[in-house]
Each structure stands twice: as C-alpha cells, then as structure tokens.
Design a protein around this ligand. Structure first.
Ligand code: CUA
Length: 333
C-alpha cells in the first residue's frame, strides 16, 4: 500500500472526466429519448461506483487483516460459504437483473415515439458526408439538418456505400445506416439549439471527421428556412458570378455537385453534396471548418489539406477563375 494507493481513484475519475469535456455530451440530454438514455447511464454509473467502492474497501480490509492474522494466528471471522453465496451469487444476480429490467424499460421508452412523427427526413451516409433530403418539402441539402423544436421527426436513414452510424448524443442513441436497407429513428429536440452529430461506426479514413449539425428551431423559423431552401439557386447577378458558373461547369464541379435550377439536365447522380444553398450552411467538409471565404477557397483548391482522404479532387484553377468560382459559390444563399 502506501503512497502508490492513488491508482484506485483512476477509473472513476476517468469516467467522470470523459462526460464533461466534449462538445457533444450524452449526459446533457435535450430530447426525450436522450433523457431516457442518460437516466439509464446514471443508474449504471451509481451502481458501478457503489460496487467499485465496496470491492476496494473489502480489499483494504483483507490486506490489513491478512498481516495481523499471520502475527496472532486468529481464526477467520467470516463464514466463507455465506460470503460466496451472498457476494458471489446473490449480489451479481440482483444487480444484473435490476440493470436488465432498467435497460428493457429504457429501450421501450426510447422507441415509444416511433411512428408518431408527421415530418420525415431522409439521411443518406456517404464516405464522408451526409445527404439530407426533405421529400415532403421537395429539396435536398447536406450535413445540416433543420428540425422544428418540440416535434417528433422521423429519420429514414440508409448508406450509399459502407455502414455508417448516425448519432446525435444530446437527442438520441445511435443507429446504423445500412447500404441495402432503410432504418428508421424518431428524434425530438425539447429545446432550440445546434446539436452536433457524428458517425459512430468506423467507415474509412475520415470516419472520425464525419460530422453534421442538427439545428432545432421554433416552427415559424423552421418554416422560413424550408421556404428558402425550396427556392432554386439564385441566378448569377454579376459578370463575375456568371463567369464563376461557367467555371463550375467547365472544371467538372457539375459532374458531382447538383445546383437546383442549374444542373438538372447535366447531372447524372449525386456524388458530392448539393450546393443549391451552399452559402446558407454553417460548415464545409461535413462539419470540418466554418463556411467562410478563406476556408471555401482552401477547400476548392486543396480539400485534402482540410480532410485528407476526401473523395473530392483538387481544382487547378487560374487565380481569376478561382475568385470568380468562389464569388459564385458564395452567392448561393
Ligand atoms: Cu461514416 Cu464512420
């Protein structure tokens, strides 16, 4: 024992710290499903902590007693058979059964809202970004999901390539996106806010950088956002943005990125995010960097410097052409 006895504090300290530091925090639930999950987490935490302390205390008693016994040759004070029956069989049974029951109750509560949502959003996972479709409202966007606060929203999710997993820790547990099957998850935000989502299933080199945002807003704000997203892209208003649009076609951007009102006839299928309202989004590269001019330029010129392994190739452009393209992309409010 002695001064090295601090080690037993390490596991609970790590558990406590791991819940506090992150931007996303499943112990700060902002939706009914996440609240159920957080309650279960705390139940398991306190049970685990109590057992941990009990075991450490017994180990310390045993260590202290062991050395005394050698000295005086005392008979054992403990009924060893009872100790095994209570500590080795009864207690684990009770604890595991209680945890099982609590888990089943939580699981039922979490799925209780399935099928109650009026609004459905489709999310398709790609290496390494998220396509977001609003089929009822008739538009597509990427990496940013707006929902009305206080209403259940059904997410219909699938993958375009490998298995991903959709996770917004403050709103719900995680659910896998499969390549050949739709999965459904009903999320609800009880408070307005911006909630960070992430991919929770290893899917390739940029798995850890596959973020998205869920923005929960009051219904009137959400409706205004929808009305704006439903608009086709703005027409180029200046000679420079018109030139930017020409470069967008000439450089091959249009082969992968759709712009509604511009590329319907040219596009064969979505490979990269829809850019119709790119300038209205907060981040670039699926949550990698803030959507500002400097980052947008860097992303176009060398996306791999921001997100190594991304499928978008670098665009080799003359400075004037690059400026015009960025002007055009920035006009896509
Ligand atoms: Cu997508 Cu991990």
């Amino acid at each position: 024992m002695g001064s090295r006895a601090w080690w037993w504090l390490l596991p609970p300290a790590l558990i406590i710290l791991s819940g506090c530091a992150a931007e996303t925090n499943l112990l700060r639930p902002r939706g009914p499903a996440a609240a159920e999950i957080a309650t279960l987490w705390w139940f398991m935490f306190w049970i685990g902590l109590a057992i941990y302390i009990l075991v450490i205390v017994l180990a310390l008693i045993a260590a202290a007693r062991g050395s005394r016994r050698r000295a005086s040759d005392l008979p054992p004070r403990l009924n060893e058979r009872m100790f095994v029956i209570v500590g080795g069989i009864t207690m684990p049974l009770v604890v595991l059964l209680a945890t099982l029951i609590f888990t089943v109750i939580t699981g039922r509560a979490v799925v209780a809202r399935e099928g109650t949502a009026a609004l459905q959003i489709e999310v398709i996972g790609y290496q390494f970004w998220w396509e977001v479709r609003y089929p009822q409202q008739g538009f597509t966007t990427a990496n940013e999901i707006h929902i009305p606060v206080g209403e259940p929203v059904e997410f219909k999710i699938r993958s375009a390539d490998v298995i991903h997993s959709l996770w917004v820790p403050e709103l719900h547990g995680k659910l896998d996106l499969m390549p050949h099957a739709d999965h459904f998850i009903t999320m609800e935000a009880s408070e307005p806010g911006v909630y960070r989502g992430l991919c929770a299933e290893f899917c390739g080199v940029q798995h850890a950088h596959m973020y998205f945002l869920v923005i929960a807003q009051p219904r009137n704000e959400w409706e205004a956002w929808v009305a704006q997203q439903q608009q086709p892209a703005v027409e180029p208003a200046t000679a420079t943005t018109q030139r930017g649009l020409d470069i967008y076609f000439r450089t091959g951007c249009a082969n992968c990125h759709a712009i509604r009102g511009v590329t319907e006839s040219a596009i064969t299928g979505a490979v990269g995010p829809d850019l119709t309202h790119l300038a209205s989004r907060r981040t670039l590269g699926s949550g990698m960097v803030e959507n500002v001019r400097g980052n947008l330029t860097q992303w176009v010129v060398n996306p791999h410097s921001i997100k190594s392994g991304v499928k978008m190739p670098a665009a080799l452009l003359e400075p004037n052409d690059l400026e015009a393209l960025i002007d055009y992309l920035e006009s896509l409010e």
